[in-house]
Design a protein around this ligand. Sequence first.
Ligand code: PLP
Length: 385
Amino acid sequence: MRFATKSIHVGEIPGEDGHGSMDVVVPIHLASTFARNKIEELPYGYEYSRTENPTRRALEAKLAALEGGKYGLAFSSGMSSISSVLMSFVKPGETIIAFDDLYSGTKRIMNYFSNTYGINIDYIDARVTENVLKAVKRNDRISLIWMETPTNPLLKICDIKAIAELSKSVSIPFVVDNTFLSPVFQNPLEKGADIVVHSTTKYINGHSDSVGGALITSNEEYYEKLKYIQNAAGTGLSPFDSYMVLRGIKTLHLRMQKHQENALALSQYLASRNEIRKVYYPGLPCHSQHTFAKENMKGYGGIVTVDFTNSGTARKFVERLKLFHLAESLGGVESLVEIPSLMTHSSISVKERDLAGIRDSLVRLSVGIEDPIDLIADVEQALEE
Ligand SMILES: *Cc1c(COP(=O)(O)O)cnc(C)c1O
């Protein structure tokens, strides 16, 4: 089966939900517990919904299929999936090697682990694989290599395949947060990564009406560790939200194409304006890693970041936009805009932000799937004097 077919059929085959129902979509199984006739027998394999739930299981099967992995797990948020990886894999005194431009919430929980449990986080510029190698050499007990690509908000790209080869040669689990491209445009497991992370809140659910996360792996031992924490810590996704994500996923491939088409049109328009110093979009030839992106990614995604010539104009711009809602988050059908330094990335210290180049003049746009003519007209009116 190809991607679009899997996104619609896997996990939702009538008669195969283990309950004898012929529903063409998996029902929302709200029960917290499941009855049995004999103590030793669980008729359908379900015991208690924190541990396992039929609606969540359907979603987990679909997520695994879309990332080309054997096992999928759905969590109550992107952060709860990330925390579950940290709980499963990281011990005091160990080091995590991580991209220096990670999602701010990921940095926050990593820094918390660092301060509370004496874990060392070695942040590096992973655009250059050599820097990962250097970090592997200078640390002795490394628990994880953690990447996100393209990064948020500066859309820096790392070479998953090269880093996977390196991680395999030293037997360190390699995690990739694939939220920005979604399984439509990038499949890290196929390139050798061990665990894929998603915030399903973003493109996978895609309608800004559910907070959730996912982990996908083909490694049975890692799956068992993560499944253990999902149950032990109770980080799994609710049946209702599992249903929402199952529903959203069915149009993921269509939405991603349109997000990308609109992002490309908008980034080209923005690049033509002299209020803007720089446009960051991997699909533009002016992006410093455009050639690598073209050859190694199946698409460029729907996030465009722009650096204004001054922060006053940036602030005026985001407040004047009408179709682009001024809000955190990304990946929904509606367009959103934000200033990372004042909103999503405000929890990061000024020093760290300066180092990462996240200035007050930087604006991040999550380009939705509206008509691009309307989106460009909105941007145009917001830039008027
Ligand atoms: C949003 C996001 C997360 C966190 O996900 P939540 O669902 O908000 O907990 C993690 N990684 C990336 C890249 C994100 O964009």
